[in-house]
Design a protein around this ligand. Structure first.
Ligand code: TXA
Ligand code: MG
Length: 333
């Protein structure tokens, strides 16, 4: 599908022109290493309000603020001592830190919370866009609320094409899963969402991390809802050999490594032929988009091992599945 609003980041002064849109209160979808973001000037409440409208996102779900360097981060948030270690090691990269907000951030961005979520994305086009705009960019993932996140410009166009001013195309996202959200606002650092930075790596640096009370205990915001990142097609997570498929059913299989009996399925999406978890993460949303386009009766997803990025992959699969959450990241309520 051709879309005139999709502009390659390498095109002449694409970044400059996109920055002008941001400065004028417009919306630009842009690539990051995790997923595509739907960006607006973080200091412009009217522009930010448009993000919520376009995504049909409830106003109580706060946005992530994207900055280009640590000075900029400190202009918007108050970073405690242990944040500096994390910034040093993981920024730019798929880690979002939740810290006390400063007055520089309008209330609409944080949904009225006194904390703000900030990260430096590891993508040259994202960084260039922030610098050229001269302001932080507030951006949720560039999909309709609750739907599968975009890891290619085309995914953005399919969901939001006529609602955004521009889509900057930087090719497929290399990480393919949203950032890990770590709150530093309490006594113990707490994981609000597993993502592209593994919890093991964060624990190695910080020691104790709370992985239970964050998202699924404390104030519940829609981005942390049980059913989220969802395909239109119903999905079940089923171990190999535990499934029953009716002869009339058109079923797509999503699996980590190549399956034993691919002929049972209408289509098979293998996340990594070599069983590599990074590759699997990078392919996850693209595979879900592909399966969802096929108008299948059902998607069956195989569980992946829950370690490293596998924790974030299983979190997304559970939220996408019809049965909702179960297991390690179960909602404690
Ligand atoms: O990788 C990512 O994080 C991508 C790219 C575009 O940077 N962004 C992203 O944004 O995934 P979004 O809006 O889809 O998810 C942001 C999550 C939401 O679930 C929201 O609840 C949480 O961040 N969040 C934002 N501010 C928060 C805060 N102050 N406290 C707790 N959670 C917060
Ligand atoms: Mg999202």
């Amino acid at each position: 599908m051709a879309n005139s609003r999709i502009i390659p980041v390498s095109d002449g002064n694409a970044i400059e022109a996109a920055a002008r849109i941001i400065q004028n209160g417009g919306l630009v979808a842009f690539p990051t290493e995790t997923v595509y973001g739907l960006g607006a000037d973080a200091e412009n409440p009217i522009a930010v309000a448009r993000i919520f409208e376009v995504k049909a996102r409830p106003r109580i779900d706060p946005l992530i603020v994207h900055v280009a360097d640590r000075d900029m981060a400190e202009y918007y948030g108050v970073f405690p001592q242990k944040a500096h270690l994390l910034m040093e090691k993981f920024w730019p990269g798929p880690l979002t830190l939740v810290v006390s907000k400063k007055e520089t951030i309008p209330a609409i961005v944080t949904a009225g919370l006194d904390t703000v979520a900030i990260r430096i994305p590891a993508h040259p086009a994202a960084l260039d866009l922030i610098r050229a705009s001269g302001c932080a960019i507030a951006a949720p993932s560039a999909n309709l609320f609750g739907c599968v996140s975009p890891t290619e410009a085309q995914h953005v166009a399919e969901q939001l094409s006529d609602k955004v001013d521009w889509i900057l195309d930087g090719g497929p996202c290399t990480i393919g899963l949203e950032s890990t959200i770590l709150s530093l606002s309490g006594d113990t650092p707490s994981i609000m969402r597993p993502g592209g930075t593994s919890i093991e790596k964060l624990s190695a640096l910080l020691g104790s991390i709370d992985i239970t009370s964050g998202v699924y205990g404390l104030p519940k915001v829609p981005g942390q809802m049980e059913r989220h990142y969802a395909t239109h097609t119903p999905m079940d997570i089923i171990e190999e050999d535990r499934e029953e498929i009716k002869p009339t059913e058109r079923v797509g299989l999503l699996c980590f490594s190549p399956p034993g009996f691919p002929q049972k399925y209408e289509v098979v999406e293998t996340l990594s032929n070599s069983g590599n978890m990074r590759e699997a993460a990078a392919n996850l949303f693209r595979s879900l988009h592909r399966l969802d386009r096929m108008k299948l009766d059902r998607i069956i997803a195989r569980p992946v091992p829950e370690e490293g990025l596998g924790i974030a992959i299983m979190d997304r699969l559970r939220r996408c599945s019809t049965r909702g959450l179960s297991g390690r990241w179960k909602n404690s309520e």
